[in-house]
Design a protein around this ligand. Sequence first.
Ligand SMILES: *[C@@H]1O[C@H](CO)[C@@H](O)[C@H](O)[C@H]1NC(C)=O
Ligand SMILES: *[C@@H]1O[C@H](CO)[C@@H](O)[C@H](O)[C@H]1NC(C)=O
Ligand SMILES: *[C@@H]1O[C@H](CO)[C@@H](O)[C@H](O)[C@H]1NC(C)=O
Ligand SMILES: *[C@@H]1O[C@H](CO)[C@@H](O)[C@H](O)[C@H]1NC(C)=O
Ligand SMILES: *[C@@H]1O[C@H](CO)[C@@H](O)[C@H](O)[C@H]1NC(C)=O
Length: 592
Amino acid sequence: MARKMARLLPLLLVAGCPALSLAASSAADPCVKIADQEFVPPADALACYKTFPFNETLRQNVLTNVARVFNFFTFEDFYLNSPPPFQESTSDIRATLAKINSTKYETDYDFNKALYDFTTQLNDGHTRYFPACYNAFQNILPAPVVSLEENGVQNLFVAPDSVEFLSQLGAPFTNYFDSIKFDWKRLAGAKILQIDGMDPYDYVDLVARTVSGNYLDHGVRVNSVFTSYRISGSTFSQRLGDLAGPIDVTRTSLKFELIAVNSTKVETVDVPYLASFIGVSFTDRASFWRNNCAANELTNGADVRTPASLSRRVRKQPRAEIIDGLQSKAVDLPQPFLPIAPPINGSDDVIKTYILPGGKTGVMFVGSFSPSDYSQFQVDTVAAVNAFKAAGVSQLLIDLTNNGGGYVCLGQFLHQYLVGSQIGYPGFQSTQRANALAQKIVAAHVALGQNDIENFYSPHNWAFQNDTIMPVTFNYNDPSAPFMVNGRSDPTSQRFHDTCTESFTEAIPTTPPFDLNNVAIVSNGNCASTCAMFSTLMNERHNTKIAVFGGKPGETMEFKGMAGNQVLEWAELDTEIKSVGLKDDPLAPPDL
Ligand SMILES: *[C@@H]1O[C@H](CO)[C@@H](O)[C@H](O)[C@H]1NC(C)=O
Ligand SMILES: *[C@@H]1O[C@H](CO)[C@@H](O)[C@H](O)[C@H]1NC(C)=O
Ligand SMILES: *[C@@H]1O[C@H](CO)[C@@H](O)[C@H](O)[C@H]1NC(C)=O
Ligand SMILES: *[C@@H]1O[C@H](CO)[C@@H](O)[C@H](O)[C@H]1NC(C)=O
Ligand SMILES: *[C@@H]1O[C@H](CO)[C@@H](O)[C@H](O)[C@H]1NC(C)=O
């Protein structure tokens, strides 16, 4: 997708399931064996997962919810024929849902895995199904891979610094490999000749196709397979990559043909995975279900007009981001691999700022648009630019590696701060989908008039193209605008602007702080949603040069992995529906 035009609002769904009645016979309970352990062999985790029998009632509940959320909220029609170079994502979503509805599954896990894999392989970080129950472990291989060049030739290697960063998983991790006498440390830096009997880059392609998800572009997903640096929280961290850190626990080991460092001997090594527990603690099968699987008071949305749900009425900034694993454990990037230049002002949250030797180039590593503090991101941007100016920096390099997105308006803020207020509105024109349920929701907001609650579908949340905020009684879906995708009618709202500038707390300079010809962007292409919007705005409106690194030798890759859109998770979407009194509408997805 070249640019963001439609503000489609796809699904981000976290499922929970009603309680099962369970017989408490702990002798035969595989969950007891792994309770209270930080790391367990993946086969043991899988045995616990597979103790929950398939339940038709749960399947019908989940599939009805998913089918209606797709109707309402996703890019479904685009998938019928995804154009080159994105043809890998072509999918007949209805046919697949029908197949999942008619397949016979042995366990609840098998059903959920089918739905998880299917939605993951849509390669849209905004259309995900994360069953918390079966995302409770991350499978870790002590041999994260990376593509490196040696004498002009690229090959796959076990990351040379893997001992330093994997050791931070602590004694429970390293002791396990000691106990089975597996020396993983000697694999660091090894050159990989084959994985699972395949050319190593073909195996990487397979993982990019089946495991990575999130990004439409295959080349970008190849980089998700490799281990890479990122910001997690507000610190540097090492992402293990989708080969060495998948959520799926079905693989117990992976066979490599490799040559270790300082050796010439080709050897075959079967490297064991170890599953890291990232769920909510439990003691047995019943408590595993209760704490990790069963729906709770936050699984679904709430009618924020009722006194009991007032607390869920917090007015929030719109977000556009991906979830990189439902839960995840961050591994710090150890000291020797941190930037050598000292961080300068504005580096305490998700932005890390440096001046390169020579004093000419300032680097802003914008690791995320999801800071811990919304205003601080703006303060940090100003502090960084002021410090660069004070130091006489004349060119700016923005690193967006592994930026999973975040607040829509912080992307617009950074854009506007760098180019000056002279450009006027700092975003793209937007629309919402205007399907039948969306039309009813907007009409209900209009009918509430001055009594409206200001959720995301409220007209008051959007502006006309002259940047005047819409009156609460303005129905931006009436008339809707016709839109055809792959032969299907998928009407949209009238075009509108975001209302971001209202949340800018720092003064915007009139003109760019740096000559825009001296501003460039670099990343590994894993740049999602708000990050995709920001980099596309810079590229399309200001011709900003963008360099991407990594990928598979000889294959192209995009500078971003997806289109940017505001997204809502299931509970938020449900809140939008319930809070205008439409929960009983036949189009509304049922509670999980
Ligand atoms: C299936 O799940 C439903 C909803 O939680 C429950 O009422 C029912 O007892 C379950 N069926 C079986 C056979 O466990
Ligand atoms: C699944 O198939 C059954 C039998 O054809 C049907 O009654 C049910 O409505 C389908 N469920 C969904 C969610 O489409
Ligand atoms: C490989 O050999 C070099 C040069 O002798 C040495 O410095 C390095 O420590 C060796 N690395 C390993 C992993 O044995
Ligand atoms: C960095 O921040 C401090 C504290 O706010 C301020 O006094 C100093 O002038 C700043 N330095 C630069 C170079 O902007
Ligand atoms: C902005 O546009 C809207 C819709 O076209 C119009 O009603 C409104 O008067 C305009 N406001 C200004 C300040 O021009």
